[in-house]
Ligand binder design. Sequence first.
Ligand SMILES: Cc1cc2nc3c(=O)[nH]c(=O)nc-3n(C[C@H](O)[C@H](O)[C@H](O)COP(=O)(O)OP(=O)(O)OC[C@H]3O[C@@H](n4cnc5c(N)ncnc54)[C@H](O)[C@@H]3O)c2cc1C
Length: 494
Amino acid sequence: MKTPHIIIIGAGPGGLTAGMILASKGFQVTIFEKEEIIGGRNKPLILGNYKFDLGPTFLMMSYILEQVFQLAGKNVHDYLKINRLDPMYRLSFKNFYLDVTNNHEEMARRIDKLFPDAKSGFENFMKREELRFKYMKKCLEKPYLSILDMVGKDLLKALPHLAIGRTVNDVLTDYFKDENLKICFCFQSKYLGMSPWECPGAFAMIAFVEHYFGIDHVQGGLSEISCAMAKVITELGGKIHTNTKVKKIAVKDKTSTGIILEDGTKIEGDEIIINADFAYAMSTLFEKGLLKKYSKENLLKKKYSCSTFMLYLGLDKLYNEPHHTIYFAEDYHKNTDEIAHKKVLSEDFSFYIRNASINDPTLAPKGHSALYILVPVPNNTSNIDWNKIKNEYRDKVLKRIKEQTSMKDIETHIKEEHCITPLDWENMGIFNGATFNLAHNLMQMLYFRPHNKFEEIDKCYLVGGGTHPGSGLPTIYESGRITSELIIQKYKSV
Ligand SMILES: Cc1cc2nc3c(=O)[nH]c(=O)nc-3n(C[C@H](O)[C@H](O)[C@H](O)COP(=O)(O)OP(=O)(O)OC[C@H]3O[C@@H](n4cnc5c(N)ncnc54)[C@H](O)[C@@H]3O)c2cc1C
């Protein structure tokens, strides 16, 4: 039998994971990436002498990264220098801050100091959420291709732990009374681009995962992970073509036969894996009218994550600020509601600053820093005219930074600057500018999320944040593993 040819559309974390695993199992892997630089939302952004991560900055559950490299016959530590962060991050409220550590005894002590009597709540949280994680983990490691998979034994066992009908905020009420303390353990819903007052209660385990496994930084930035994966793929004989946009997926009798590039070249493939943003891919890569379940009309009915306003600043100064800090709006609930429902920009907004140069000297010249600022904002289903307000909003964000951080003179130290608005994300091929992909409400999870083996077209698969198990690097690596395994199994039985 000739070596099956696997075509992967997109060199983001999902596509690269699948490429690496399949190339190691002897498949002929070719990746087509429309951009010049690989990595997708996880690529580097270089401004002069400064290096930033375009998107992901928190590496959680790095053991999954280790596992996907192992599956490809490699040791991730031969490629990347991965460092555990302690503190993991600082949470900054109007009148206090909390440096969060995954040393549990020390964490309990810090909580106790700020919130007397809350220590036992933390201990209960760690115990109870460990159980939830244990059951949920199994469900996130397998595909959901048929409705019958929803009555599989792992999911049935997990059901009592899914907190169905409750939100993350509801679940946190079981452990903590103080609203701000609750926020310290539920803001993680924002990693999925959702509000804790809406995000399914099962995701209360995200904070547990951080406290249990810790948070890592990769020397040189998290984009180094994508570079390492690309290196592995080429070492294993796979090919990656950058600056090569796929125009359409060729389909005959509801079966994909290959791809057509922008210049009209047709390339045949035995299986096609789509890593491009799910809804963007559905609305651009197939001939009009071909898809039914994922027609443009149906895509518009789906729920999407929030978007982000980004500032990347190359500074000729290194501030003594933590690696990661999240600054909360005084009324965080109102802020998340304005993002998700009212679709307006909050007067009092939350923001996140990453000052990785404090730990990583490779990102900027000595004494300088590469500062990354992220503000969660509504996705493009809002009526916000970003072209019009971009500069004004940038000034507003800098004003808040000067008011709330030690970086009072930040503006005088800016040597390089780049800004990304939700409109820019959309122009990069992200549907609705929803940076964290399809939302993770119950009706868009497990069997109800687009399947790893695409439902509408045969010989076509999905990887990345838009398929099961979901958005976020560890789950995206998991999607690459699940999808590869489906293809490997298929050819085992041929
Ligand atoms: C600002 C931001 C911060 C984030 N922070 C974190 C974090 O801290 N931790 C975390 O775990 N996750 C985080 N995420 C979420 C997630 O991990 C990343 O978005 C991740 O990069 C998504 O990976 P993916 O494989 O789904 O696809 P993408 O990264 O979107 O990659 C898809 C690739 O497909 C390419 N493509 C699209 N169309 C075509 C075409 N027609 N032809 C060829 N190529 C095409 C694109 O150019 C892109 O390279 C963050 C995301 C963003 C945007």
